[in-house]
Ligand binder design. Structure first.
Ligand code: ZN
Length: 411
């Protein structure tokens, strides 16, 4: 079930940042769209704050895409239940968590539930969070809600708390929205803080007008950047955004380089989700002034142990993230061997931890960034169990930059 539900938005993510084009059926001019088979965004979002049945528009869009030979997912981004059409590939099943209007928190969802359920459209439970972008948007008018205020620490905290609540409620995506035509996009600080505290797909839209702003949002942690209004008035800009998206991904892939016996090709669909949890552990270490490395151990899709580096706090050179997580996992399972577990760690294990991982008989190891200076591959390449497989490069850039920033701040 999991795999099916995640197949559109959950793309494992080494340098794999997505661009979505938002089309409002009431405004978009399909003839003016500069789409071709080798120049197109990753997704098309369809929806607007007003308007009804999107079926005719989705049909026309599908026809346009087939003429130019583009196989793109059409994802509904509905302003109301009336906009649902079973002809889309997926729907962002939005709940407006930034407002307290029950109509958009739950009632519209109930109105559309039966038709969505009866369709084969993939449902992506999504928290929709409006953030003040300096203009009054039609979403604000239609929903009668105020956006969250990003201009002070308390406001940012509320945005982060709302995002955490979204993940706790089981949302698979968080959509941070500054609004169509926003003067200021969602700030990089907010994207970073939400990214640090949540592990689901992070979508950011509103007010992003340049390829550089898109790249900055990716660096801060956005998985999908949404461009709408901008391409309606500047269709010719699509190519410069696509070039910037490709060069961002290429730069990330290049600095990862070849990483030993296994690479991103062997990654599994949940790898980035669990690496995100390991990163959350790393952020805990960072908050405690420790070298920011985190680890989780997963068995049967369940986290059975987690840990982060505690060498300073415990005044113990052996208190590495992996050791903490192995100890916790053994306690959870009540046995010292973990042959069915996968270990996720943000940085390539050192020889000591590689030894411990070998002793625990862990058969799958996934790490984020390589550590050519202190990693096991240089000193103890055979430390793991002989049948162990290694996957590297998952969320590599974020794992690496966390460490780099830490050492920079210590200099
Ligand atoms: Zn270690």
């Amino acid at each position: 079930m999991d795999e099916i539900n995640h197949n559109i938005l959950y793309r494992p993510s080494l340098g794999d940042k997505k661009l979505a084009l938002l089309l409002d059926p009431e405004k978009a001019d399909l003839n003016a769209l500069p789409l071709s088979s080798d120049s197109h965004p990753d997704f098309i979002f369809v929806g607007g704050s007003t308007g009804g049945d999107t079926t005719p528009f989705v049909r026309a869009l599908r026809e346009k895409l087939s003429i130019v030979n583009c196989q793109l997912s059409i994802i509904l981004f509905p302003g109301s239940a009336a906009q649902f059409t079973p002809e889309a590939d997926a729907i962002l099943y939005l709940s407006l968590l930034s407002g307290d209007n029950p109509e958009y928190l739950v009632s519209q969802q109930i109105k559309s539930a039966r038709s969505i359920h009866a369709s084969s459209v993939e449902v992506i439970p999504t928290a929709y969070i409006l953030i003040d972008g300096g203009v009054e948007t039609s979403t604000m008018r239609v929903t009668g809600t105020k956006p969250l205020n990003p201009s002070n620490a308390e406001g940012i905290q509320t945005i982060v708390d709302t995002s955490i609540a979204a993940e706790l409620m089981g949302k698979q995506a968080i959509y941070l929205e500054a609004g169509s035509g926003a003067k200021t996009p969602v700030s990089l600080d907010i994207i970073r803080e939400v990214r640090k505290n949540t592990s689901v797909t992070l979508i950011v839209g509103g007010g992003i007008r340049t390829p550089e702003a898109m790249q900055a949002a990716y660096s801060a942690g956005a998985d999908i950047v949404v461009i709408g209004n901008h391409f309606e008035s500047h269709p010719e800009d699509l190519n410069s955004f696509l070039t910037a998206q490709r060069s961002y991904s290429a730069a990330v892939l290049q600095c990862s380089g070849p990483t030993g016996e296994a690479g991103p090709s062997e990654q599994r669909s949940d790898d980035s989700r669990f690496m995100r949890l390991a990163l959350q552990e790393a952020y805990k270490a960072q908050d405690a002034q420790e070298i920011p490395i985190g680890c989780v151990i997963v068995s049967d899709n369940r986290v059975i142990g987690r840990g982060h580096n505690l060498t300073e706090t415990l005044a113990d050179v052996t208190a590495h993230a992996e050791i903490q997580a192995i100890t916790a996992a053994s306690q959870t399972l009540g046995g010292k061997y973990l042959p069915d577990a996968t270990l996720y760690v943000t940085v390539e294990p050192c020889p000591m931890c590689a030894g411990a991982i070998g002793w625990a008989q862990i058969k799958r190891i996934v790490y984020g960034a390589p550590d050519p200076k202190r990693g096991y591959q240089t000193y103890a390449p055979r430390a793991f169990h002989p049948k162990a497989t290694v996957t590297s490069g998952i969320l590599e850039e974020e794992c690496r930059s966390l460490i780099q920033e830490f050492f920079k701040s210590k200099r």
